[in-house]
Design a protein around this ligand. Structure first.
Ligand SMILES: [Zn+2]
Length: 111
């Protein structure tokens, strides 16, 4: 799993970083709903954003050369069985996300 802070991943996710798993395309199979997927291809770095037209959830997308599927970790219904392996493009990490462990944590919304 990569946690990517590149400008494109931040913009396409609207978050501090993208959390993506990678799997060989031949090992990936859609079980249902693939006809409801819409995609946007970013002009730089071969990044795409695919999402479900019905619920808006981010869904897997094919890498630029089609050899891998990029799976947004947050779209999974269960915890992935892999750990974060790399933080990528850290020089593009926004300053507001560099000290998350120092931000007050709440179980729900703040009081
Ligand atoms: Zn990125």
């Amino acid at each position: 799993m990569f946690l990517c802070s590149c400008d494109q991943c931040r913009q396409i996710t609207g978050s501090a970083f993208a959390s993506n798993l990678f799997i060989a395309a031949e090992r990936f199979e859609w079980l249902s709903g693939s006809n409801e997927i819409a995609a946007y291809k970013m002009p730089r770095r071969n990044i795409s954003k695919s999402f479900c037209r019905v619920c808006g959830s981010g869904v897997p997308w094919a890498s630029g050369d089609g050899s891998r599927m990029v799976v947004p970790a947050g779209s999974l219904c269960a915890e992935p069985k892999v750990a974060e392996k790399f933080r990528t493009f850290v020089s593009e990490q926004p300053s507001w996300s560099s000290c998350l462990d120092q931000v007050e944590a709440c179980e729900g919304l703040p009081p």
